[in-house]
Design a binder for this molecule. Structure first.
Ligand SMILES: *Cc1c(COP(=O)(O)O)cnc(C)c1O
Length: 381
């Protein structure tokens, strides 16, 4: 059993102790710290600035009056409202899939979906930098886990070849993110689709950081690349660009029905609150609309400006910029120094990122202004 005194001391010694702090996130890309000081918030995943959107808030207030505060039961019992069904239809439409299912969080989506798809005779082959929720789902499944080098299609091809040589009939699930959460780079999805087809594997792509930001209608990198139909499981979260909380997976009707009957985090958890789902319907409407396009345009503009400053002008758009520092102590010091100058960008450390690559993770959102980005650039100069 974990021994708190020893555990906490070891963490402190390694610069890995973390504590919660109260922060109020304001609508204009700012945050108010517990001492009342306002700083530019460079640590939010609300990429389109929708968390404070008046239309979303008003739709949620209406839903609260009409549907009540909670879902009162799990989806299979009495937790499914017309809202859940509508949201799932909308998600399926956006993702060019037959069906979609929503969960209470992206985390429980990853864990529930992966652990129900594969079992001990199967393989999960995942990008080395995959998110913790994907790793946890793979571990829980009992399948054999293999990793391939980050965004490296030759490495993926080699791993699949090795597995197929020995296990011609095993189920193989390939797992990757579309835009990587801590690096902001993009998976070569079109090539990955070709390779998994070649070896008879199925593919799960986590669009947590592509959804809302990429694609003409904001459905994500798969939409932008036109490869949605080639991906068996397009999962993601409503907790980032949608500004709310919740997770989803878009897939075929048969797979969705299978998950309804097998994904334990779907079956044994109370349905997402109808208030949240009503907010998600409004949020999706905005993401798909001209307003959503304008917000994506703003993110692109700010990202371009910042990546030009970093000397990475040709880097494809994402809202995530890693400033890799190295040691935990140095990353903490850099974060503290930025905070003193009015910018909030926490130090991201192991195990969120590999050892020795502690970093500041800077996110730019549609709620930020060019002036705020220029202030940051001037400071970093
Ligand atoms: C944030 C995140 C999740 C989890 O989503 P939540 O809705 O916050 O639980 C899953 N995958 C990736 C890649 C993420 O960044």
């Amino acid at each position: 059993m974990i021994e708190p005194t020893k555990f906490l001391k070891e963490l402190s010694d390694e610069g890995l102790f973390r504590a919660l702090r109260n922060i109020e996130c304001l609508p204009d890309g700012m945050a108010r710290m517990a001492d009342g000081r306002e700083v530019v918030n460079l640590a939010s995943n609300d990429y389109l600035g929708l968390a404070h959107h008046p239309a979303i808030i008003s739709r949620m207030k209406d839903a609260l009056g009409r549907y009540g505060a909670g879902a009162m039961a799990s989806r299979l019992v009495t937790g499914t409202r017309d809202l859940h069904t509508q949201l799932e239809q909308e998600l399926a439409r956006m993702k060019h899939a037959e069906a979609a299912l929503c969960f209470s969080a992206g985390y429980t989506t990853s864990v529930g979906v992966i652990s129900s798809l594969v079992g001990k005779d199967d393989f999960v082959v995942m990008d080395k930098l995959s998110h913790a929720s994907l790793i946890d789902g793979a571990k829980l499944s009992g399948a054999t886990i293999r990793t391939f080098l980050h965004n490296n299609v030759a490495s993926l091809d080699a791993k699949l070849a090795q597995i197929r040589a020995k296990f011609p009939h095993a189920g193989i699930l390939v797992v990757t993110e579309s835009v990587f959460s801590m690096d902001g780079d993009r998976a070569p999805l079109a090539e990955i689709v070709d390779i998994k087809n070649k070896w008879g594997a199925v593919l799960l792509v986590d669009e947590a950081h592509g959804f809302g930001v990429l694609g003409e209608y904001g459905a994500g990198l798969a939409e932008e690349l036109g490869v949605s139909e080639g991906i068996e499981f397009q999962m993601g979260t409503l907790s980032k660009s949608a500004g709310l909380s919740g997770g989803y997976v878009a897939t075929s009707r048969a797979w969705a029905d299978t998950l309804i009957n097998s994904a334990r985090s779907f079956i044994y958890s109370t349905a997402p609150s109808p208030v949240m789902i009503a907010g998600a319907l409004e949020s999706l409407g905005i993401i798909r609309s001209d307003e959503g396009k304008k917000r994506r345009e703003q993110v692109r503009l700010l990202a371009k400006r910042f990546s030009t400053f970093l000397g990475e002008a040709s880097r494809p758009t994402s809202s995530i910029f890693p400033v890799v520092i190295g040691s935990n102590e140095d990353a903490l010091a850099a974060s503290q120094s930025l905070l003193e100058k009015g910018f909030l960008a926490p130090a991201i450390r192991f195990p969120t990122v590999p050892k020795g690559t502690a970093r500041l993770r800077i996110t730019l959102t549609a709620a930020h202004s060019i002036e705020q980005v220029d202030q940051l650039i001037n400071l970093m100069k």
